[in-house]
Design a protein around this ligand. Structure first.
Ligand code: C5P
Length: 222
């Protein structure tokens, strides 16, 4: 096979967590390190793709990619992606996007006066589903981090969000995933499935990138 099978392919990839502000000094966040996404962005770059990485707040060394756009909130990430989605061939959503954001972030620091504090949250846009629903969508790859029923939920997500491929992993407990150097993935597409066993995220990213290439090429040959 050619060494750079993704040469000329415009690829957009989201990675990392998002931060949803409560007030100027506090936010709702999650445990995503961004490591899997950054490793995948590099692996896809090595295969020749022109990778634009839309990254939430992470503490990782700068990856070798064509372009990096740093964002903080889910709405920022949504904006950065939708501006570019129509002009890309492949979209890979590895980001752990917050499902909800505080409805009305306080302008000033919230004071601890009351014994109870109620937060009102509103849904964030589903970036991946929106990209997949475009008139002529790019080839879309999603992730699913689940604590249980991994394959079942991932299959459902593949269908519901109209994705071309989904990479599912088990999180929590003794498994890999968030905050770990290793991970294992079940990769699912419409008429196939592959297990990538527990391994270092850099190696796992290379293997997943290969699978993406195979499916992407098949998709375009069809
Ligand atoms: O539905 P769920 O959040 O589990 O789906 C996970 C997949 O959807 C991941 O690929 C994630 O990057 C993407 N996603 C997104 N925007 C959201 C929520 C999830 O792009 N608001």
């Amino acid at each position: 096979p050619p060494a750079r099978p993704l040469a000329g392919v415009r690829l957009l990839l989201t990675a990392g967590p998002t931060r949803e502000p409560l007030d100027p000094v506090r936010f709702l966040g999650n445990r995503s390190s961004g490591r899997m996404g950054f490793a995948l962005a590099e692996a896809l770059t090595e295969l020749g793709a022109h990778v634009v990485l839309v990254a939430g707040p992470v503490t990782l060394p700068a990856p070798r990619v064509a372009e990096r756009v740093d964002v903080e909130t889910a709405l920022d990430m949504h904006g950065a992606v939708m501006e570019r989605a129509a002009d890309c061939d492949l979209f890979v959503a590895t980001a752990a996007v917050a499902d909800y954001r505080p409805m009305d972030p306080a302008e000033n620091k919230i004071k601890k006066n009351a014994d109870e504090l109620t937060l009102r949250l509103v849904r964030n846009p589903d970036i991946l589903a929106e990209v997949a629903a475009l008139d002529s969508p790019p080839f879309t790859v999603g992730f699913a981090a689940e604590t249980d029923h991994v394959e079942e939920y991932a299959r459902d997500k593949l269908k519901r969000k109209k994705l071309d491929m989904i990479a599912a992993n088990q999180v929590g407990g003794t498994h890999g995933g968030f905050e770990r150097a290793e991970n294992a993935l079940t990769v699912i597409w419409r008429d196939g499935q592959r297990e990538l066993p527990m391994m270092d995220k850099t190696q796992l990213a290379r293997e997943l990138a290969q699978l993406i290439v195979e499916r992407y090429q098949e998709h375009h040959a069809a």
